[in-house]
Design a protein around this ligand. Structure first.
Ligand code: 8X3
Length: 252
């Protein structure tokens, strides 16, 4: 692929990733959709192409470094990398949390972001005007009971973004962090609670309007489409009903 207007989106099979892929395609980027679930990204690529935009699907596990390095060889230059793949597993207190869940969350949210960013940084620089987006979370900025494993991983993603911005200053690559609060997507809470629909529903219970994947994708597309010299370092976005990670207005 020769175009420098390529946008790579990880975790593009659903939720914020899929919505971001649609928005960036609408903004004129040739979008490369990556995720583990090939059928989903193939279907989304088809949908985007049929809408008159450009998209290709590339099945990828962000934690598989060899596969990520191989993926990166497909490009001469990349304009945008959206590190969106990640998620939460469990909501147990520190006293009883499963170390395997903590490890998986660190692998996907932090090492996955590290893998893609390291592999594509030369390509982003080669574009002459690159943007790295790290989709962290409000969990990357403050903790809450039962959240430690996820909060620790998202703090890691936040630190990666902040440190990278310091280290590459002077190069033509921006580093943008988007920290969403409560977003209701089809999978986030369900994955966190191992498919338990009742527990997942409780997360959003009584909240009039949690953010949608589209709301977050909108903020991502906005930051990415600012003029190159404008670097939105950090954008925190929550629903109006959420004043902090632990202060949520619910109509019960
Ligand atoms: C999602 C926000 O509140 O579930 O990243 O940690 S929260």
């Amino acid at each position: 692929m020769a175009s420098s207007r390529i946008a790579v989106v990880t975790g593009a099979s659903s939720g914020i990733g899929a919505a971001t892929a649609r928005k960036l395609a609408e903004a004129g980027y040739r979008v490369v959709l990556t995720a583990r679930r090939e059928d989903r990204i193939e279907a989304l690529a088809k949908e985007i192409n049929e809408a008159g935009h450009e998209a290709t699907a590339y099945p990828l596990d962000v934690t598989d470094r060899a596969a990520v390095d191989e993926f990166a060889t497909a490009f001469k230059a990349v304009a945008v990398l959206v590190n969106n793949a990640g998620g939460a597993l469990g909501a147990d207190p520190v006293a009883t949390g499963d170390p395997a869940d903590w490890r998986t969350m660190y692998e996907t949210n932090v090492i996955g972001t590290l893998n893609l960013t390291q592999a594509l940084l030369p390509k982003l620089e080669a574009s002459g005007d690159g943007t790295v987006v790290v989709v962290s979370s409000t969990a990357g900025h403050a903790t809450y009971e039962g959240g430690a494993g996820y909060v620790a991983a998202k703090h890691g993603a936040h630190v990666l973004a902040e440190t990278l911005r310091l280290e590459i200053v002077g190069k033509p690559v921006r580093v943008i962090e988007i920290a969403p609060g409560m977003v209701k997507t089809e999978e986030f809470a369900l994955t966190r609670f191992g498919g338990d629909e009742e527990k997942a529903a409780k997360v959003y219970q009584g909240v009039a309007e949690p953010l949608t994947a589209d709301d977050v994708a909108d903020t991502i597309a906005w930051t990415v489409t600012r003029p190159s010299h404008v670097n939105i370092d950090l954008l925190v976005v929550r629903p109006r009903a959420q004043a902090s990670n632990t202060k949520v207005y619910r109509e019960l």
